[in-house]
Design a binder for this molecule. Structure first.
Ligand code: COA
Length: 170
């Protein structure tokens, strides 16, 4: 059984560990193994998104948290900052359930699309989101907000040529 609910402040301390566990899947992808050891969102960042953004968790048996999704409202979309599912729980549809659950929240907040940035070609990133209805944006389709996010990712050391922005119309 998978139960999706709003994240609370009390969840914040446990979520970095979920993201660290989730990242282990990158050890299987040549060239991006280092992502598994990269920085994760801090408890304070989670608390801020609980308070001012959108933050969901997926619970499995007895309220145990197996994954989370968070994002923030932008003028043109609800932007998803992170979605992560504990390594031992991946491939059971939890990521998909989190992605489905955020869609009505975007509409309630008055935007009709979701955006995110992710790795091109990695099976659980760009192709996965394409299967969930996202479209990869071409350079000329990027607005200033998405260009800014990709630029900040490049400054932070992510390989810009392997990153893309995606949008799903709701
Ligand atoms: C992306 C993520 C949240 C998906 O969560 P999930 O609960 O495993 O998602 P689902 O069960 O709904 O689907 C997983 C998909 O990834 C693919 N996938 C997962 N692990 C894979 C692997 N090791 N190799 C190949 N494909 C894999 C599956 O094919 C599946 O797609 P399909 O159902 O269309 O076949 C999870 O893989 C994760 O936490 N990854 C690490 C963090 C990350 O990359 N976050 C996204 C940042 S943009």
């Amino acid at each position: 059984m998978i139960h999706i609910r709003a994240a609370t402040e009390r969840d914040a301390c446990g979520l970095p560990e979920i993201e660290r566990s989730a990242g282990a899947v990158f050890r299987t992808w040549a060239g991006l193994e280092w992502i598994a050891d990269d920085a994760v969102q801090s408890p304070d960042q989670h608390r801020a998104l609980v308070a001012h953004g959108v933050a969901l968790v997926a619970e499995v048996q007895a309220g145990e948290i197996a994954g989370f999704l968070n994002g923030e409202l932008a003028p043109d979309a609800l932007h998803i900052w992170q979605v992560a599912v504990r390594h031992d729980q991946q491939g059971r549809g939890i990521g998909q359930r989190l992605m489905e659950a955020v869609q009505p929240l975007a509409l309630q907040r008055g935007v009709n699309s979701l955006t995110l940035t992710t790795f091109r070609d990695v099976p659980w990133n760009e192709p996965y989101y394409q299967r969930l209805g996202f479209r990869t944006l071409q350079e000329g389709e990027l607005n200033q907000r998405l260009k800014g996010i990709l630029a900040r990712e490049a400054q932070a050391g992510l390989p810009v040529e392997q990153r893309c922005a995606m949008r799903k119309s709701l």
